[in-house]
Design a protein around this ligand. Structure first.
Ligand code: SAH
Length: 397
C-alpha cells in the first residue's frame, strides 16, 4: 500500500510575500494567505507558488475547508511527494529515536508531525505496538495509515498498529495485527508502565513528561511527594523509585488512580507508602490546605485549560489558583513543580502565572529549572506553537 495520497498535486498561489518565512521553516499557511481556494478533497497533495512570479515555494497537503489550508511537507518546490519521500522522512525519524533510547526506554514518540516534517502524522510506540494519530481531515486525506502501518511492521519490528480516531465518532481501529485487548507493557528509563492504547488518554500515556519525571526521581530521596493530576502515576512512580518517603497521588478519574497504584506495585514499591486518591484537585487543595497538610514536593500537571485563544483568560485564573494552592501545601524549603501543556500560554506567561500564584499564597520562590518536552517530541525552530510543554521547578522559601 502507498504511504500517502498519490493524486496529481494541485497548484495553490500565495497572495502575499510569505516565501521567505516558509523557506525558513514555518510549515503552516492559513487560508487567507492563498489567492484562491480551489475545490479539492481534504488532504490533496499541492504545490505552493509564490505571489510574484508564480515560482514553486513548497510542496505539501491542502485542505480547502480548514483555516490551516496548506501544510508544508518539503520546502523544495520541485520535490515529488511520493513513497520515496515519505520513507525518507520515516527513516530519519526512526534514526533519531534509535540514538536517543536504549532498551531501558521502550515507550516513545516515533514520529511527531511537523517536528519530523511529517505534517499531522503522530505515532507513539509502546514496545512492539504503535498508536497512530492523524491531526484532522487534511492529514487523514493525505497519509495512508495502512501504508504507514505496513512500513512500521517491515522496518521497525512493530507487530500491531492501532489508529486512534476520535473526530470520526469512533475511538479507533486496528491497522495491522490483533486488537490490543489489554494494556501494553513498556519501560521508561527502566520504570515499568502500561498504556491502554485503545481507551486511555492521548495514546495511552503522557510520554512528553519523561525527562521531567526523571528530574522528580532525582530529587525525591527522603522527601514526601504529592502528585496532582497524576493520570496513571508517572510522576508518582518516579518519586517512589527515587526514594520518596510517602507519595500521594490525586486524579479525578478513578480508573487512572487505580492504574497508578497498580504501577506502584508493578515497580516493587511498598504499597503502604502510596496514598491513591480519586478527587478533584481543586477541592483536594482546599481541604489539604485547611487541614494544614504539607508535602516536601508538590507536582501540578493539569490538562490543557486553554485549548484555544478565547479560553486563555479563564485558563490563566485556573493555573494561578492551582499554583497558589500548590504553594500553600508545600513545606518550607520544599519544591513545587508546575507544568502547562497549553500552546496558547507561552513560557513567559506561565512564569508570570507562577509568580502571581506563589505570591497569592504569600510565599516566595526561586526557579531551579525550566524544562519542556523531550527530544522525541521535536518542533520546527520556526514554529513556537509546537513547543507546548512548560515545566517549571520552584523552591519555596
Ligand atoms: N501527570 C500525568 C498527566 C496528566 S494529564 C502524567 O504524568 O501521566 C491530566 C490529568 O488530569 C488527567 O488524568 C485527568 O483525568 C486529570 N484531571 C482533569 N481534571 C481534573 C481535576 N479537576 N482534578 C483532578 N484531576 C483532573
Amino acid at each position: 500500500m502507498p504511504l500517502l495520497n498519490t493524486a496529481t498535486p494541485i497548484k495553490l498561489r500565495l497572495n502575499r510575500d510569505l516565501a521567505r518565512t516558509i523557506k525558513r521553516g514555518h510549515p503552516w499557511v492559513y487560508a487567507e494567505a492563498l489567492r484562491d481556494l480551489p475545490k479539492a478533497p481534504a488532504g490533496s497533495p499541492a504545490i505552493l507558488l509564490d505571489n510574484r512570479k508564480g515560482q514553486p515555494v513548497a510542496v505539501g497537503m491542502y485542505d480547502p475547508n480548514s483555516p490551516l489550508a496548506f501544510r508544508v511537507c518539503d520546502t523544495d518546490g520541485e520535490t515529488n511527494l511520493d513513497d520515496r519521500w515519505a520513507e525518507h522522512r520515516l527513516r530519519k525519524a526512526y534514526e533519531l529515536r534509535r540514538t536517543l533510547f536504549d532498551g531501558q526506554t521502550t515507550g516513545y514518540r516515533f514520529v511527531n508531525g511537523e517536528g519530523d516534517s511529517t505534517p499531522g502524522l503522530v505515532i507513539d510506540r509502546y514496545g512492539d505496538i504503535a498508536v497512530l494519530k492523524l491531526d484532522g481531515p487534511g492529514p487523514c486525506g493525505f497519509w495512508n495509515p495502512v501504508g504507514v502501518a505496513e512500513w512500521l511492521a517491515k522496518h521497525a519490528s512493530i507487530t500491531t498498529v492501532f489508529e486512534r480516531r476520535k473526530e470520526r465518532g469512533r475511538e479507533g481501529r486496528v491497522l495491522i495485527g490483533d486488537e490490543p485487548n489489554e494494556p501494553v507493557s513498556f519501560l521508561e528509563r527502566g520504570l515499568k508502565f502500561t498504556a491502554d492504547v485503545v481507551h486511555g488518554q492521548k495514546t495511552g500515556f503522557f510520554l512528553d513528561q519523561r525527562d521531567n519525571r526523571h528530574v522528580i526521581r532525582s530529587l525525591a530521596q527522603g522527601r514526601s511527594v504529592v502528585n496532582l493530576f497524576s493520570y496513571t502515576g508517572g510522576f508518582s512512580i518516579a518519586a517512589g523509585i527515587g526514594g520518596a518517603t510517602q507519595v500521594t497521588t490525586v486524579d479525578l478519574a478513578q480508573p487512572a488512580v487505580t492504574t497508578a497504584h497498580d504501577h506502584w506495585i508493578l515497580n516493587g514499591l511498598d504499597p503502604s507508602v502510596h496514598e491513591p486518591i480519586a478527587a478533584d484537585a481543586f477541592q483536594f487543595l482546599t481541604q489539604a490546605g485547611s487541614r494544614k497538610r504539607r508535602w516536601e514536593i508538590t507536582i501540578v500537571d493539569p490538562p490543557s485549560f486553554a485549548p484555544n485563544q478565547e479560553s486563555v483568560a479563564r485558563a490563566t485564573a485556573a493555573y494561578q489558583s492551582l499554583i497558589s494552592g500548590g504553594a500553600r501545601i508545600t513545606a518550607g524549603g520544599g519544591l513545587l513543580a508546575a507544568a502547562s501543556c497549553s500552546s496558547h500560554i507561552d513560557l513567559e506567561m506561565f512564569l508570570k502565572i507562577c509568580e502571581e500564584g506563589v505570591s497569592e499564597a504569600r510565599r516566595r520562590a526561586t526557579v531551579l529549572s525550566v524544562q519542556g518536552q523531550p527530544p522525541d517530541h521535536p518542533s520546527p525552530l520556526a514554529l513556537p506553537e509546537f513547543r507546548y510543554l512548560k515545566f517549571v521547578l520552584l523552591r519555596l522559601d
